[in-house]
Design a protein around this ligand. Structure first.
Ligand code: HEC
Ligand code: HEC
Ligand code: HEC
Ligand code: HEC
Ligand code: HEC
Ligand code: HEC
Length: 166
């Protein structure tokens, strides 16, 4: 009996030390998002659902009937992602894209190009560019002088600044 009590105490102490990670807690209802998130470098880097959405206790208790603590609107994403990706966000804020989004006009935010819960492949990112830029000047079809990025457009247009001529 004493052994059982000791084991139970040990088990609850272990549970207190290692609470269930958020992608499991939230993933009970958000299966697809949680599966996507498991493939993102963010998980290995120690981020979890609550980093961007808060603990969302009421939301969970109400099974979605109460809003989560935080959900970044398109024009708030650069600030959210920029807490860690400061340089990318600063360049983006300077860009035509960033200025359009800040003005609540149609333009890409961080998640439009990268997705938020999984990382897009280079090809998929390029297809995102093409959904808005179907017509491109002939200059875009030339060979870049040096290929450093896997998204071909970025070899001529500095990522995040994306000026027309650089
Ligand atoms: C790096 C920040 C970040 C992390 C980490 C994150 N999210 Fe999100 N999430 C966002 C942003 C930003 C949006 C809004 C995207 C948009 O504008 O559509 C969003 C949207 C959502 C949505 C609504 C749209 C959809 O895709 O269904 C759900 C549900 C969601 N997140 C759940 C989760 C869960 C569950 C986790 C953990 C497994 C998680 N998020 C982790 C940033 C994050
Ligand atoms: C018990 C089930 C349940 C759990 C657990 C749960 N959610 Fe949700 N969540 C929902 C439902 C249902 C919706 C859809 C509500 C709607 O369509 O308005 C939702 C919607 C969302 C949205 C989108 C809200 C919007 O306005 O677009 C986000 C973001 C989100 N959940 C994040 C989270 C995060 C982060 C966690 C974990 C901390 C979590 N959820 C845990 C059921 C749950
Ligand atoms: C709390 C800090 C933090 C926040 C907030 C954050 N990130 Fe990250 N992000 C990281 C870290 C750390 C890495 C991993 C860097 C590495 O391993 O090279 C990373 C990696 C990435 C990568 C690279 C993935 C790859 O395969 O190379 C992308 C894209 C990315 N984040 C986009 C975003 C976007 C979009 C948001 C906002 C929705 C965001 N991040 C918010 C910390 C953060
Ligand atoms: C118009 C599309 C677009 C937008 C908007 C965008 N990115 Fe990117 N991002 C790219 C491309 C293209 C690359 C280069 C990928 C490659 O290596 O080929 C990249 C690379 C990255 C990387 C990995 C390389 C690095 O510099 O660390 C991170 C992290 C990142 N972006 C974060 C962000 C964040 C944060 C935002 C919002 C402030 C953002 N991006 C907005 C297209 C975009
Ligand atoms: C070989 C280099 C190169 C590549 C690769 C490239 N571009 Fe360009 N792009 C240019 C140059 C140079 C200009 C300026 C041309 C001009 O002003 O006539 C330009 C201009 C643009 C413009 C501005 C058009 C306008 O009317 O102002 C857009 C949008 C654009 N590129 C999108 C893209 C996209 C999307 C990709 C990838 C699918 C891409 N580019 C790949 C070199 C390139
Ligand atoms: C949601 C739509 C959308 C997406 C996705 C998008 N753009 Fe744009 N982009 C725009 C709009 C709108 C403008 C401003 C009007 C124009 O030049 O067409 C613009 C402008 C540009 C310019 C010209 C900037 C200048 O200095 O004049 C370049 C270059 C460009 N985008 C490249 C890209 C690349 C590369 C990608 C993908 C990595 C991309 N865009 C993804 C909507 C988008």
């Amino acid at each position: 009996m004493r052994l059982v009590t000791a084991l139970l105490l040990f088990a609850s102490a272990a549970a207190a030390q290692a609470p269930e990670p958020f992608h499991q807690v939230c993933g009970a209802c958000h299966t697809t998002v949680a599966d996507d998130f498991r493939t993102h470098k963010h998980l290995a880097a120690g981020l979890d659902c609550n980093t961007c959405h808060g603990d969302s206790v009421e939301h969970r208790a109400a099974a979605g009937a109460a809003a989560p603590d935080r959900i970044a609107a398109p024009q708030q994403q650069a600030a959210l992602c920029g807490t860690c990706h400061a340089e990318n966000a600063a360049q983006y804020n300077e860009s035509v894209h960033g200025k359009l989004v800040a003005a609540l006009e149609r333009g890409p935010n961080c998640g439009t190009c990268h997705d938020v819960h999984r990382v897009r492949t280079a090809r998929a990112t390029e297809r995102r560019c093409q959904t808005c830029h179907e017509q491109r000047p002939a200059a875009c079809m030339a060979e870049p002088s040096a290929a450093k990025f896997s998204v071909s457009c970025a070899n001529c247009h500095t990522p995040h600044l994306f000026h027309a001529a650089e």
